[in-house]
Design a protein around this ligand. Sequence first.
Ligand SMILES: NC(=O)c1ccc[n+]([C@@H]2O[C@H](COP(=O)([O-])OP(=O)(O)OC[C@H]3O[C@@H](n4cnc5c(N)ncnc54)[C@H](OP(=O)(O)O)[C@@H]3O)[C@@H](O)[C@H]2O)c1
Length: 281
Amino acid sequence: MPSSIFRPDLLAGQVALVTGGGTGIGAAIARELGELGATVVIASRRAENIEPAAAGLSELLGRTVYGALVDIRDRDRVNALIAEVLDAHGRLDILVNNGGGQFMAPAETISPNGFDKVVANNLTGTWNMTRAAADAWMLQHGGRIINITMLTGRGFPGMAHSVSARAGVEAMTRGLGVEWAPRGIRVNCIAPGYIASSGLKRYPPSLGILEALPSRVPLKRLGRREEIAWMVAYLASPAGDYITGQTLTIAGGSDLWGDLWPVPDPPDLGPAVPEEDPWER
Ligand SMILES: NC(=O)c1ccc[n+]([C@@H]2O[C@H](COP(=O)([O-])OP(=O)(O)OC[C@H]3O[C@@H](n4cnc5c(N)ncnc54)[C@H](OP(=O)(O)O)[C@@H]3O)[C@@H](O)[C@H]2O)c1
């Protein structure tokens, strides 16, 4: 199937690695990059995610999408994966750090171990993949790194662990965008808002968040996985050649407005009273 947005040979001859490419947003990114002619490798921890997706994407694209297993927290395995990609395909032009996730939890219920694990998955894992790809290929040959984060600009209640990690990725991206500009590596983030993807299944059903979500978005709908994939393709293509170190938000305006987390009023909350200066009394 051709891309519905870009010309089909836009990324021909290039090699892309997508973490978390077996599910949801990552699988949509893998499909879009494959539709644009890139050789695509998808990688995550669980064979039950990677194998059916690699087979399904291969069938959709009419050529092989390669699957591999990796835990992005495991530096040895990350280095081995990058070596395998280079051995098999000879280059690595595009790295999409999409793998990650968390469970929503009030801050006071997040254990020390839980916090550390979410940071390891969403910040350190991205660093591990980025350094491995840079060291083995991109520092010499250039490349494009695209990190999938989340909305970090306002408070994100229930996500203290993950939003801290993702803000770290965005800060890392700003620094690497500068440091690696002379190496021909462009590094950017895409911050999705609420996307109708597998990750949303992790919201506790009791909170009714899935029912409430569409009305909390100014565009009154959730985002589609393809809408993230199209921006990845844009940044991976020459259209993005003058963009580095940035975070592009794809959220239907929900980064600007709307709240899902009720903040209870105290019982004695009165009306707002404008203050007067002493000489006005
Ligand atoms: N859906 C949304 O509304 C939304 C909004 C903002 C940000 N995001 C972020 O966008 C990304 C994709 O989200 P999604 O909705 O498609 O959710 P998802 O299906 O849960 O995607 C997460 C993917 O990451 C992989 N993964 C998790 N930990 C990993 C690890 N340690 N090593 C390697 N792979 C790992 C998972 O595969 P395995 O279990 O096989 O490892 C899975 O394929 C996530 O980072 C998510 O947090 C999503």
